[in-house]
Structure formats: structure tokens, C-alpha cells
Design a protein around this ligand. Structure first.
Ligand SMILES: *[C@@H]1O[C@H](CO)[C@@H](O)[C@H](O)[C@H]1NC(C)=O
Ligand SMILES: *[C@@H]1O[C@H](CO)[C@@H](O)[C@H](O)[C@H]1NC(C)=O
Ligand SMILES: *[C@@H]1O[C@H](CO)[C@@H](O)[C@H](O)[C@H]1NC(C)=O
Ligand SMILES: *[C@@H]1O[C@H](CO)[C@@H](O)[C@H](O)[C@H]1NC(C)=O
Length: 369
């Protein structure tokens, strides 16, 4: 792995492909503009820019996470989440930043100590080679960039922010095919997971390795990695009243779930299960999945005033029978209402047969009441 990354490497890489479309997202969207938002998928460009230009109420972001795959039990699990954003001040989340281009970075050491950063960027340069699905991006002056393989088989993320105490990189090698909220990858698919909110999943699950120097210490982990991409044509919080999201591995199965309530009270779902590179479930139909909290604080729907639940039970209807899963918390890795994020284990049964447990990351967003 390359511990540091320079713009020249990225440009050389982009230049190596004959025809590439680069989008420059300026740090400041300037006067009022209408964003153009792509909701229906094309034949290629899976992970490309979906919103352009950005305005005060729109957003487009590339999210990567990883969780350590070390069966060391409770009290020992590292994780990291990196969200590389283009967002107006009332797009993804309300903010007062002077730039539309920034990165949220959250990591947890194996012992549970956590750190968060927000890294500010100038312009962002985002490139999807002609005919490719993978995308690369450089968030100028932040030290953050990512490089996607044209066929989505691998992503690398680089962070070179020594003045913020973090330098290093990670890679994710896909082991689960890409999908949209209601379907496998393909042209003509709706990319909305709820009205006004796009969500696509280039890498539902893969082998990952990360190597960082953080405040002078080594952060080296191997485990399960994940990459998704969110975008919207209106403020995120106006489209979702509550949501549950999670992703993980259990036995040979790669799993992703979304269970949303809109402000109007509509329930939107997305369920994904794959095994050995084959998709078993990629559906948003009613009944395809059910995610609910269990144990202490198992309030549904979750409210601002609800405490953190013990965990979640998630059931999927699959062609092989009912996949019935339960999350077991190792760490509450992030808490900043309305959001909470956890890392831990996934256990469960398929058609009544127990499956070897795996690791997972999951979130909830609570209603503001
Ligand atoms: C941003 O663009 C969206 C989509 O075109 C539009 O609905 C919205 O009114 C625009 N917002 C602002 C603040 O201009
Ligand atoms: C932005 O700044 C204004 C004025 O200082 C403040 O009232 C508001 O709460 C801030 N918003 C956020 C999201 O920080
Ligand atoms: C947890 O581990 C980190 C990284 O080694 C270290 O800096 C921190 O002091 C540890 N925290 C505790 C409470 O031991
Ligand atoms: C339930 O919520 C309370 C209050 O926020 C909190 O102290 C407690 O730790 C939560 N229970 C669990 C299992 O997290």
C-alpha cells in the first residue's frame, strides 16, 4: 500500500484512460442554481456524479467503511467510516462550512477509543472513465482522494492530513456484486430509496486492509469493507423521518438492509443478500426485510429521547428460506443525534440452521421528537 498520495499520481492515472469525463465541483456553488439529479441508472457510470451542480439544498457523497474481522469478542474491534461529500449548507446535514466539499472521518481503535475529524477541501475533481462504472475523486487541499477500478472490483482511499494527525490508506476488494435499492446493477433502474433520496451500493461487502498512522500510532486492520453512494435533490433530513441501515457478513452471506420511515409515515425498504458473488436478494418490496430493535430501549420508531437499543433483529425472505439475524454490539462507535452507529457481530439462522457469525456495522437515525 502507498501511505501517501499526490495529485500527480491521480492525474497520471486518469490520463492513462483515453476518454475520461471529469466533473469539477467548486468549493462554493455561488448564486442560486438548480441542481440536475440523475434518478434512473444508465448502462455504465454506476458510481459517477449523480448531482450537478451542487446547490444549498442538494448533496452527493461517497461513503466507505470497514470493520475488523478478528474474533476477539466484546472489547476488541476496530472500525473506520469515511464520508467524502459534496453538499450545500442544508444538503446532507445542516452546516455552516464555507465549502461544499468536505470529509467526515470517524475511527475506533480496537479498545473502543474513538476519534472524529471533519476535513475541509477546495474544489473536488471527480472522474468516471468512459464506459466504466468505478469513479475516482480528489478533494483538493484536504489530502483525501479515492480511486475506483473501472469494474467496481476494488476501491482505494487515501488520507494525507498529517497536520490533523492522520496519514494512510485502505483498499477494499469486492466480494459481492453491486446493486440498486430494488435490483441488481443494470440500466434503467430507479436509484431512489425514498422520494428525494438516492442510494446505490457499488461494494456491498469485500476484503479490506487499512494502514494508517494516527497521532503517531499504527492503525493496521484487516476485515470487511463496504462502499455506498448517497445523493439527493432536497435536504436529507426532510426525506427521512427515521432509518435503520446496516451491512455485514454472516457465514458466506453478504448482507445489507435499509428500513426507512418518511415524514409522511411511508415505509421504504431495501434488502440485499449475496453469496459467492451471486445475488440472492436485491429487493425493495414490502416484506422483503424487517429490521427492529430488541432488548433495552427497543423503541420503534426511534425518537431523539430514546436511549441506545441493545441491538437489532433483521429478517430477510430469501429463495433459501428465512434468514433471521441479530446484531450483537461490540461498540457504539458514533453518537450525534439523530445518528448512532455501532460495530459488532451478526449471528443468525437460515431456514432454522445456525450460520457462523460474522462482523457488521449498523446505524439508526431517530425522529426529532
Ligand atoms: C437545488 O436544486 C434542486 C433540484 O433541481 C431544486 O429543487 C432546489 O430548489 C434547488 N435549491 C436551491 C436552494 O436553489
Ligand atoms: C449557523 O450559524 C448560525 C448563526 O451563527 C446559527 O444560528 C446556526 O445554528 C448555525 N447552524 C449550524 C448548523 O451550525
Ligand atoms: C486505546 O488505544 C489507543 C491506540 O493504541 C490509545 O491511544 C488509547 O490510549 C487507548 N485507550 C485506553 C483507554 O486505553
Ligand atoms: C438505554 O438507554 C439509556 C438512557 O439513554 C442508557 O443509559 C443505556 O445504556 C441504554 N441501554 C443500552 C443497552 O444501551
Amino acid at each position: 500500500m502507498v501511505p501517501t498520495f499526490s495529485l500527480s499520481i491521480a492525474l497520471a492515472l486518469f490520463a492513462g484512460r483515453s476518454v475520461s469525463q471529469s466533473t469539477i465541483v467548486p468549493a462554493d456553488h455561488g448564486a442560486e442554481v438548480e441542481s440536475h439529479v440523475q434518478w434512473i441508472s444508465g448502462a455504465d457510470g454506476f458510481d459517477g456524479v449523480k448531482v450537478h451542480p451542487i446547490n444549498r439544498t442538494t448533496y452527493d457523497w461517497w461513503y466507505f467503511d470497514l470493520v475488523q474481522e478478528l474474533d476477539a469478542g466484546v472489547g476488541n474491534q476496530a472500525s473506520m467510516s469515511i464520508t467524502i461529500r459534496n453538499s450545500g449548507q442544508n444538503g446532507a446535514l445542516p452546516n455552516n462550512f464555507t465549502t461544499d466539499n468536505f470529509i467526515n472521518l470517524d475511527m475506533t481503535w480496537p479498545n473502543g477509543s474513538a476519534h472524529s475529524w471533519v476535513l475541509m477541501a477546495k474544489d473536488a475533481v471527480i472522474t468516471t472513465p468512459e464506459g466504466a462504472d468505478g469513479t475516482s475523486g480528489v478533494w483538493l487541499s484536504s489530502g483525501v482522494s479515492f480511486v475506483g477500478a473501472p469494474d467496481l472490483s476494488r476501491y482505494e482511499v487515501y488520507i494525507n492530513a498529517p497536520e490533523q494527525g492522520i496519514v494512510g490508506s485502505l483498499f477494499i476488494e469486492s466480494q459481492a456484486p453491486a446493486h440498486y435499492p430494488c435490483s441488481p446493477a443494470g440500466a434503467g433502474q430507479d436509484m431512489r430509496v425514498a422520494p428525494g433520496s438516492g442510494w446505490i451500493n457499488p461494494i456491498p461487502d469485500g476484503h479490506t486492509e487499512a494502514q494508517f498512522h494516527i497521532f503517531g500510532e499504527e492503525f493496521q486492520i484487516q476485515g470487511r469493507g463496504y462502499h455506498d453512494h448517497n445523493f439527493g435533490d432536497r435536504p436529507l433530513m426532510s426525506t427521512l423521518e427515521t432509518y435503520y441501515w446496516g451491512r455485514g457478513r454472516v457465514g458466506p452471506y453478504s448482507i445489507v438492509w435499509i428500513d426507512i420511515l418518511t415524514p409522511g409515515g411511508d415505509n421504504h425498504l431495501s434488502a440485499y443478500v449475496s453469496r459467492d458473488g451471486e445475488i440472492l436478494v436485491a429487493s425493495c418490496e414490502a416484506g422483503s426485510i424487517r429490521a427492529r430493535p430488541y432488548g433495552a430501549n427497543a423503541t420503534y420508531p426511534p425518537l431523539f429521547t430514546s436511549g441506545a437499543p441493545t441491538g437489532f433483529e433483521v429478517d430477510f425472505e430469501t429463495p433459501e428460506g428465512l434468514l433471521s439475524l441479530r446484531t450483537e454490539t461490540v461498540y457504539l462507535t458514533y453518537e450525534g443525534l439523530p445518528f448512532r452507529q455501532w460495530s459488532g457481530f451478526l449471528t443468525g439462522t437460515l431456514d432454522g440452521e445456525e450460520i457462523p457469525r460474522g462482523v457488521a456495522i449498523w446505524q439508526q437515525s431517530a425522529a426529532a421528537r
